[in-house]
Design a protein around this ligand. Structure first.
Ligand SMILES: [Zn+2]
Length: 406
């Protein structure tokens, strides 16, 4: 028997609006709070949670950037000669992404999405390492670096394994009392929400399924740890997409040319642009200003969101659409999907959530990077508590040591 297990359960896209009016985890984690998300996609949110830093600090923001000098994709340019009927197919793209990932030794999540092969040599991919591993950040440390530096034994989900396999692996580690910290990552709700939307009758059963898995974890942990500190949390929510915007056609109607006068990445909810001459900057800016479904984010706002990169690495101009608008076609997808995230963090469905069995969510936990503080705090506490012999009937430990950041 050990004293304390911090159990962090990360459910992707389980936003505040998804659970606000649901009884989700009420019995096991009755304390809950809405959290600010981080502007960007999971590529920005997950590293922010894992590091306690913001995109401008850790530089894990959007996946693709204009960087022809460092592009690893030059060898894929010949694929532009294949018919689009093949190269735009998801199944082909998925197969090729897996092949490219191995070839280029990328360690994290990788997908070529819908980047056109004609322009692929203009782009670099920014998540070459896995943020779910030590040394996985583009800059700075993450929770797994912290755990290794402090010699704290931990479990983390392996993204290549299924939710159930990861849960079973963790239960196995709990039964063997091998660990002093657990980080569970469940991504399936995100995929389901993208497909069916946030109002679908398929969502509540998925939440009930998660409750069962949490209870399995608590049962195993409860027989081997005196106290389990449970936190269930998310990175963002999910908004239904009811309006499509063909931004590419609007931009390509201009006399300026992609690759020659400018470069662009069309994400699902934003367009990020780099300009090679004033004419392109002017024409594209003027056009974007006429589009009512979105707006150009001013620098002071990007700065406030901690996404203003002084070197403009992720784009010189960021155009963001309104919640519920989906850019289609985009470099992320050729066809519409039912729901998306990556809107402004103050839009209704952007907010994340944290739920806990502790007496309260600490006051200083207000945005998703703050989860890192909870993790480091509880990991250190568990380490010291688990070194002491467990006395039967000892009251559960209450004090929390001073926060130490990695
Ligand atoms: Zn998603």
């Amino acid at each position: 028997m050990k004293a304390v297990l911090p159990l962090f359960v990360f459910i992707d896209a389980c936003g505040w609006e998804i659970i606000k009016d649901d009884t989700f985890a009420r019995t096991v984690a009755p304390q809950r709070r809405r959290l600010d998300s981080v502007f960007g996609y999971s590529s920005a949110c997950v590293p922010s949670i894992l590091s306690g830093c913001w995109p401008v600090e850790h530089r894990n923001w959007s996946y693709f950037v204009y960087d022809p000098t460092h592009s690893p994709f030059k060898s894929l340019r010949w694929l532009r000669w294949l018919p689009r009927a093949i190269t735009s197919r998801r199944i082909f793209r998925r197969w090729l992404s897996r092949f490219v990932k191995v070839q280029l030794k990328f360690r994290g999540y990788f997908d070529l999405y819908n980047i056109p092969f004609q322009h692929i040599a203009l782009f670099d991919f920014t998540e070459k390492k896995s943020p779910l591993q030590p040394g996985g950040m583009n800059r700075g440390a993450n929770i797994f670096d912290f755990l290794e530096i402090h010699n704290i034994a931990y479990h983390v989900s392996a993204p290549a394994r299924s939710e159930l396999e990861n849960t079973n692996d963790l239960i196995d580690a709990l039964n063997k009392e091998q660990i002093d910290f657990a980080f569970v990552y469940w991504p399936e709700l995100d995929g389901l929400l993208h497909r069916v939307g946030n109002r679908s009758p398929e969502i509540p059963p998925k939440l009930r399924g998660y409750e069962q898995q949490v209870e399995r974890l608590l049962a195993a942990a409860g027989s081997h740890y005196e106290e389990v500190r449970l936190y269930i949390f998310s990175d963002h929510g999910m908004a239904n997409c009811d309006e499509l915007l063909d931004l590419r056609t609007r931009i390509e109607a201009l006399p300026v040319k992609m690759g020659k006068d400018y470069a662009v990445v069309y994400d699902s909810t934003m367009a990020r642009l780099w300009f090679f001459n004033e004419q392109a900057r002017q024409q594209i800016t003027d056009t974007l200003q006429t589009i009512s479904q979105g707006r150009i984010l001013p620098d002071d706002e990007l700065k406030q969101l901690r996404c203003l990169f002084p070197d403009r690495y992720f784009g010189e101009l960021i155009f963001l659409v309104n919640e519920g608008v989906l850019i289609v076609p985009s470099h992320m997808g050729e066809r519409p999907i039912r729901a998306m995230h990556g809107y402004h963090p103050t839009d209704k469905h952007s907010y994340a959530a944290v739920l806990t069995n502790q007496s309260a969510v600490p006051e200083d936990i207000v945005a998703i990077p703050d989860i890192f503080k909870l993790m480091t705090r509880d990991a250190q506490f568990a380490k010291s508590a688990n070194q002491l012999p467990v006395e039967p009937n000892r009251p559960p430990p209450q004090s929390v040591p001073e926060l130490e950041t990695a």
